[in-house]
Design a protein. Structure first.
Length: 400
């Protein structure tokens, strides 16, 4: 199993109420429909870009031919005004843009990056409202949506797929939802209620595949409310989503998470006789120096033996025998301070492998926040029971 995370190189929010304001260094990304005291709606959408070279490297040098999924993850800072079903769209941006160095409501406003009206900076590169991108096999259309009354032309643009080849994806949509001008069936069928978790964890494999295959260029994602909720003048419809940006001072920056299956095992045939069959186990984590740099890739081995081994006649200690966990064993990683899962148990992507030295799993430290402690949990299914071991398996990632 492997989980590998990369972090954005650019992100910013576009505000229709401030058409040329850049917010490229804000700690918050926002998508909302807010009505001011005069009754004028202001819409916000945010852009986020991940480096294409990093993505290509992961596909070429890490994933290879393994099965995989790609998830866009963004963590909620604040959510308000969700008095009805509220949906977000996560779409592939169709134009290059500049991050800029502004903050929300700077006085004077910073105008050196993307804004509602311009993709580059004030006066340069207005957002194209529609067009066609030509690739090696054909053409892909892109579109936009805006209000000529409120904010004017702009607000980014995005590719859409009239043939329904599924690289366009929407996040947090109920089953059967189809966005305007997006006749696709590849929606992420996830909905949330008033008190449910508002973190984004959307499978964007189809978009990522399109970037890798050069079907569309990688300009990042645009995240927005559905068109029916934007520029809404009804005072009862004012959804506000605020997410942490890459410039946050918290441990919750957005990321693109690659999950692939690299499970290998030698536990076949006669080797299955070395699998433990009791849930009374003694376990320890080997190859754990306790401190790692972000560039590290560490292979942890698991030492396991029955707590009460069956008595047999032999001339060596039973505790020197090499034992294995059942093949249905998995690992997870938690942040020790917050007790939150950084990598959760997954039957497909966190299955523990085995070789002639024992059970093992690999961790890429680059996806973990530095200067924090982490704990490793082991889950295994034995004789109809599910056991989770959390016996002080700790390590720390430090800045190098």
């Amino acid at each position: 199993m492997a989980v590998y995370k990369i972090f954005p190189t650019q992100d910013t929010t576009l505000y229709s109420a401030y058409p040329i304001m850049n917010t490229g260094l804000d700690a918050i990304l926002e998508t909302s429909n807010i009505i001011d005291i005069s009754g004028t709606p202001g819409v916000s959408r945010y852009l986020i870009l991940f480096d294409q070279e990093e993505i290509l490297d992961i596909y070429s040098n890490k994933i290879g031919n393994s099965s995989y999924d790609v998830y866009f993850k963004n963590f909620i800072a604040e959510a308000r005004g969700l008095n009805q079903n509220t949906f977000l769209e996560i779409l592939p941006l169709a134009q290059s843009w500049n991050n800029g160095t502004g903050y929300t409501l700077d006085n004077p406003q910073e105008k050196d990056g993307a804004s509602w009206t311009y993709a580059n900076y004030s006066g340069s590169g207005p957002w194209s409202t529609s067009g066609i991108y030509l690739n090696s096999t054909g053409s892909i259309e892109y579109t936009s949506s805006f209000s000529n009354i409120y904010g004017g032309s702009g607000g980014g643009n995005w590719f859409y797929d009239t043939s329904g080849s599924l690289y366009v994806v929407a996040g947090y949509v109920v089953s059967g939802y189809v966005a305007p001008q997006l006749p696709f069936s590849g929606s992420v069928d996830v909905s949330f209620g008033l008190r449910s978790n508002k973190d984004i964890e959307a499978n964007v494999s189809n978009i990522s595949n399109a970037w890798i295959n050069n079907t569309i260029p990688n300009y990042g994602f645009i995240v927005k409310l559905t068109s029916s909720l934007e520029f809404e003048t009804n005072q009862n419809i004012q959804p506000i989503f605020k997410y942490y940006s890459v410039d946050t001072n918290t441990i919750y920056p957005p990321c693109l998470e690659f999950r692939w299956r690299d499970y290998e095992t030698i536990l076949t045939g006669s080797a299955t006789g070395s699998i433990v069959t009791t849930s009374d186990l003694k376990m320890s984590l080997a190859e754990n120096p306790g401190v790692f740099y972000p560039e590290s890739i560490n292979r942890f081995y698991i030492n396991v033996s029955p707590l009460y081994p069956t008595r047999i006649y032999q001339t060596s200690s039973l505790f020197t025998n090499l034992n294995y966990l059942p093949t249905s064993s998995y690992y997870a990683i938690k942040d020790l301070a917050t007790n939150e899962f950084i990598v959760n148990f997954d039957d497909n992507y966190t299955q523990i492998s085995s070789d002639s030295n024992g059970n093992y799993f690999d961790i890429y430290m680059s996806g973990l926040e530095p200067e924090r402690y982490y704990s490793v949990l082991i889950k295994t299914h034995i004789n109809g029971s599910t056991k989770i071991f959390n016996d002080d398996y700790y390590f720390k990632v430090i800045n190098g």
